[in-house]
Design a protein around this ligand. Structure first.
Ligand SMILES: [Zn+2]
Length: 540
């Protein structure tokens, strides 16, 4: 019990990479894309690494129709993030689309050095749901895009009203506001006609002013309870402010007439506790496009240091860390620099986070890169992308605050889209609430979990060929426990148990659905503020 860290060999090391994006118009995306296809995602290929850029995940798309350009019957395209070869490390890019096998989508692609990438990161990926994109019938959307791709202005079609009205209705969402992602808040959706079988609930992912919301895939939402008049769910990680879409098992999807407001997003990983937490960011001044960048970055770091939380950023010492080290991964040096991204429609900045530890995963390193291909402006007046504003946003990711993309989120520092030429240099009250929630202040200090044998023991026995087995839990005291099986992208594939367990040994059977592919999965056990994960290998 005492030395769990040596008894259990699995170290789940993860990276996440979080970017701030310029906002692209549909016509910009249509005109800068070399190929635009309607297609179905059929196979998830093994992850790959393209030298000189971040780790990538290839996806194969069975082409149904080319809206622009020509090509074969299938295309392999890449999104950033994936598994680093010969390592258990994962790199995840928060802003990337997450294509689902079997899903249809309209995808805007650009070619770079013989590889196809999604244009504008997630902005060039549009899910087709119930024959429509953002509620616009697919033929109408396709006609619109074809016109834009040829440089012809064409009014964006309006969503068609649903042919048959569903008797289902959503009357309230309680609470109406909360933080996304850490599973501490259960949302209750009340109404009529949800049906007795469990359907799906989708949270807003992003929404531009004047456009319908784009929803997160339902696999991001954990449903705890479903009845004809009430649904209870977690607030999905990566949720933004906006309406919620409920789809009954039988019947028509309905969007809530009221918005749910996300205060801030937090997935539960943070830096090890200390009072305060000190993080020193070393900097590479030889990459700075102007001398004002240093003071602007210092000012941004200082804004987080003086937010009233147990948090202190220090603008440290010059370092030579830059392109190579940023791509190669963790080197134990938190650093910040300017450098290039290979995409022609790249992010303005990225914060890479490295997670490590057992049984609780902590951040142990962060690196920030600004995009040197973009025009920058430090100080006043702001004539291009504002260094201080973008530094403030990326340093917020270093705390592990997540992007939000809802219309109600536009004034927040953690809004994931930036408008060129504007400064956003002070924290919104929700950004401030976020840092205090994660790191506490002198009144609400957050303690490091005890290292003195208070942890549960977790082990997994499995039948590797069949994807089922038992998760054994030995709890020092009775506790509320949630057990979930996730795939390597973090998507939940099964939730074998949620409830209270007595002290002592408990055995929880699990089964990975037979439709899921062979590969690596993780059993994730959450109890109190603690987190355990064990690898499961499924062979077929
Ligand atoms: Zn961001």
């Amino acid at each position: 019990m005492k030395s769990l860290s040596t008894a259990l060999t699995l170290l789940l090391i993860a990276l996440s990479s979080i970017a701030i994006m310029p906002q692209y118009s549909d016509s910009h995306l249509a005109q800068t894309s070399e190929i635009i296809v309607i297609g179905r995602i059929v196979v998830e290929e093994p992850t790959c690494f393209i030298q000189g850029r971040n780790t990538c995940t290839p996806w194969r798309v069975e082409v149904e129709e080319f809206l622009k350009g020509t090509g074969g019957e299938s295309l392999v395209f890449y999104t950033q993030g994936g598994q680093i070869p010969n390592s258990s490390r994962r790199l995840w890019v928060e802003d990337q689309p997450e294509p689902i096998i079997g899903e249809r989508a309209v995808i805007f692609l650009e070619e770079l050095s013989g590889n196809w990438f999604v244009n504008g990161l997630f902005q060039g990926y549009r899910r087709i749901s119930e024959g429509a994109v953002d509620g616009i019938a697919l033929p109408d959307f396709a006609e619109y895009i074809i016109h834009l791709a040829h440089g012809v202005d064409f009014a964006k079609p309006r969503p068609r009203p649903s042919a048959e009205a569903s008797p289902m209705s959503i009357s309230s969402i309680t609470p109406t506001t909360g933080l996304a992602g850490d599973g501490t808040i259960t949302l209750t959706i009340s109404g009529l006609g949800f049906g007795l079988s469990t359907g799906t609930v989708e949270f807003t992912y992003y929404q531009w002013p004047g456009y319908p919301p784009n929803f997160l895939h339902p696999s991001w939402t954990t449903i705890h309870y479903w009845s004809d008049t009430e649904i209870r769910t977690d607030i999905a990680a990566n949720a933004s402010s906006g309406p919620i879409r409920v789809t009954p098992a039988v019947g028509t999807a309905q969007v809530s007439p009221m918005d749910f407001t996300v205060t801030f997003g937090y997935k539960g990983n943070r830096w090890p506790a200390a009072t305060p937490v000190y993080v020193t960011l070393n900097y590479n001044p030889s990459t700075y496009p102007s001398t004002g960048c240093g003071p602007a970055i210092q000012a941004a770091l200082n804004t987080w240091s003086t937010a009233g939380a147990w948090w202190r950023y220090t603008y440290g010492s010059p370092t030579s860390d830059g392109d190579t080290l940023f791509d190669a991964g963790s080197n134990g040096n938190n650093s910040i620099h300017f450098g290039y991204f290979p995409d022609s429609s790249p992010p303005l900045g990225i914060c890479q986070i490295y997670l490590d530890g057992w049984p609780v995963m902590y951040i142990h390193e962060m690196d920030i890169r600004f995009n040197l291909a973009e025009p920058w402006s430090a100080g006043d007046p702001v004539s291009a992308n504002d260094v201080e504003s973008i530094a403030l946003h990326e340093a917020g990711h270093g705390l592990q605050l997540m992007d939000v993309y809802g219309i109600a989120d536009i004034d927040k520092i953690m809004y994931g889209v930036s408008t060129t030429g504007t400064a956003k240099r002070t924290l919104h009250t929700t950004d401030n609430a976020g840092i205090i929630y994660i790191y506490g202040n002198d009144a609400t200090q957050i303690d490091e979990p005890s290292e003195s044998g208070e942890f549960a023991q977790v082990s997994v026995t499995q039948s590797p060929s069949f994807g089922h087995g038992n998760i054994e839990l030995n709890l020092p005291v009775g506790a509320d426990v949630r057990v979930e099986i996730i795939d390597i992208t973090g998507r939940s594939v099964a939730e074998p148990f949620e409830g209270n367990l007595d002290a002592g040994l408990s055995r929880i059977p699990y089964e990975i659905p037979s439709a899921k592919p062979s590969g690596v999965y993780f059993a994730v056990v959450r109890t109190g503020g603690e987190f355990y994960s064990k690898k499961i290998v499924v062979l077929k």
